[in-house]
Design a protein around this ligand. Structure first.
Ligand SMILES: Nc1ncnc2c1ncn2[C@@H]1O[C@H](COP(=O)(O)OP(=O)(O)O)[C@@H](O)[C@H]1O
Ligand SMILES: [Mg+2]
Length: 283
């Protein structure tokens, strides 16, 4: 079994962050090694400092921890490689699963149609740019996010567009999303056709092409849903990345839709779920 790198507890840097303690225990119980990453140092740009506690020449490693911006993940990979610890998910694979433009093509037909454009944090979008961006979607309702995250808790002001043909209103929502993401805006702007989806999602965890665990979504941990994975496995195979998650929701016409894809190293596992089937199985 490979090693698993977990985030250290910021209050006790020699220990695993309590959020990931049960997962680290599952790795150790399965005979694996856990090493610690300083997530704060990594995000502050100090990748060498972030990997200080990782033993040299540990061999191939997975990560289980808080989300990492793709560029910082690349720095993490480089700092670890310099210590003889190659990540099992190289930065290109991380980007492909973590950012919508990387996975959307593989899931075409299973996920809401989307358009996107690279964008700089804090750059204010103008109506002309928004009109050109959303033109392929025509009119109708839409959802706005960056390449990774939405502002779903500010739904009306920064996430949902009632009708894309109202360019002024669409621009306001896109601009507010960009403003609220601030320096954390990931990659760029995404606009997706709105579909009538059930609120409760299932999170399916895929390892080397096989669905190894289905959990509730962390936002609705009490709601268990059993998605139909017909078609999804083929899309995961097309994406061709080793360790990913797919969030699925039932559409009002009965079709299971892929709301988003993630790199399973940074997807949250709802608390209370037995982590052994996932963490005890990493090759
Ligand atoms: N195209 C869409 N149509 C309808 N609802 C959507 C759509 N995209 C997202 N949502 C809703 O918004 C929520 C947040 O979107 P999501 O893409 O999962 O972003 P986040 O990364 O912030 O979770 C989803 O859980 C879903 O309820
Ligand atoms: Mg989501």
């Amino acid at each position: 079994m490979s090693a698993v790198l977990c985030c250290a507890d910021p209050l006790a840097p020699g220990r695993v962050d309590p959020h990931f303690a049960a997962q680290a225990a599952a790795v150790r119980e399965a005979g694996g090694t856990v090493a610690l990453i300083d997530h704060d140092a990594l995000l502050a740009g100090d990748a060498a400092g972030a990997v200080r506690r990782v033993p040299r020449d540990l061999g191939g490693a997975w990560y289980r921890g808080w989300m990492i911006p793709t560029a910082r993940y690349g720095e993490l990979c480089a700092a670890l490689a310099a210590r003889g610890v190659p990540m099992n998910v190289p930065v290109d694979d991380y980007r492909a699963a973590h950012e919508l433009p990387g996975w959307h093509g593989a899931f075409a037909g299973l996920t809401p149609e989307s358009v996107w454009t690279p964008w700089r944090p804090r750059e204010v979008p103008d109506p002309g740019t928004v009109a050109r961006l959303v033109a392929p979607l025509g009119g109708g309702p839409a959802v706005v996010k960056d390449y990774v995250k939405s502002r779903k808790y500010e739904w009306d002001e920064a996430c949902y567009v009632p009708d894309l043909s109202d360019v002024a209103a669409a621009t306001r929502v896109v601009a507010r999303m960009v403003e609220l993401q601030g320096d954390d805006l990931a990659g760029g702007i995404v606009v997706r056709r709105f579909e009538r989806l059930a609120r409760a999602e299932a999170r399916v965890w895929w390892l080397d092409g096989a669905a190894v665990l289905t959990t509730a979504h962390p936002d609705t941990p009490a709601v268990a849903v059993a998605p139909d994975l017909t078609g999804v496995a083929a899309a995961v195979a097309r994406l061709g990345r080793r360790f990913v998650t797919t969030d699925l929701a039932l559409r009002d016409d009965g079709a299971w839709r892929v709301v988003e894809v993630g790199d399973a190293q940074v997807s949250d596992l709802p608390s209370g779920v037995d982590p052994a089937p996932l963490l005890g199985r990493l090759p």
